[in-house]
Design a protein around this ligand. Structure first.
Ligand code: E4P
Length: 223
């Protein structure tokens, strides 16, 4: 399963890239606005940090023509950009045109298997199914992931199911269990994936035992 970080903060992407475990980055207009830097400058900085990963950058136009114009501009900035298009009739139409032009699309704001089917038929490379926002209103976001993964596999669509709006590590684990292709998460959740109290206790004990025995890996330097 691919791991993406969901952020507009270049410093967070840099840290995640240094760990060597991320396959891409997703942004959205809210995250870019929160980061407080120029859109193109931010996206290009992220693209440089993950040169072989997919970097999603979103259009803000609402008509097909506006989306096409913005998408072609954004896609021209770097070869690893995937243009994020919202799940609307205009967005579906734009997605079909863009995929025929060879521009990869991440269809965003998908909340139902029916919407995901339209995104797959339009040729979206990634289908971003939001789970946290559904859980927030007492729904079952992961149920939709299960259905969408089944739909994509059943019909052999080349689209990848991207689990978005992740709130905590168990969302990542559930996405993995269900066979989703990608999980995108806030940097904080990525950090949380590292932690287990038994790892901390285990490491502490190993080091205490080692130091108590006075052992060394390198031979002492003789002068
Ligand atoms: C997806 O790509 C979105 O940017 C993101 O996952 C939305 O998450 P949120 O519901 O926490 O805003």
């Amino acid at each position: 399963m691919k791991l993406f970080v969901d952020t507009g903060q270049v410093e967070e992407v840099q840290q995640a890239a240094e760990w060597g475990i991320i396959d891409g980055v997703t942004t959205n207009p809210s995250l870019i606005a929160k980061a407080g830097r120029d859109f193109k400058e931010t996206v290009l900085a992220i693209c440089r940090l993950v040169p072989s990963g997919a970097v999603s950058a979103e259009v803000v136009g609402t008509t097909t023509d506006q989306m096409l114009r913005e998408a072609r501009e954004i896609a021209s900035w770097a070869p690893n950009i995937v243009v994020k298009i919202p799940m609307t009739p205009a967005g579906i139409q734009a997605t079909r045109v863009l995929t025929q032009e060879g521009i990869r699309v991440n269809m965003t704001l998908v909340f139902s298997p029916a919407q995901a089917l339209l995104a797959a038929k339009a040729g979206a490379s990634f289908i971003s199914v939001f789970v946290g926002r559904v859980d927030d209103v007492a729904g079952e976001g992961m149920r939709t992931i299960e259905e969408v993964v089944h739909m994509v596999e059943n019909y052999g669509f080349p689209s990848e199911v991207l689990v978005a709006s992740i709130r905590h590590p168990m969302h990542v684990v559930e996405a993995m269990r269900l066979g989703a292709h990608i999980a995108t998460m806030p940097f904080k959740v990525l950090e949380q994936l590292f932690h287990h109290p038994l790892t901390d206790i285990g490491l502490q004990r190993f080091l205490e035992d080692w130091n108590r025995a006075g052992l060394q890996i390198f031979e002492p330097v003789r002068v």
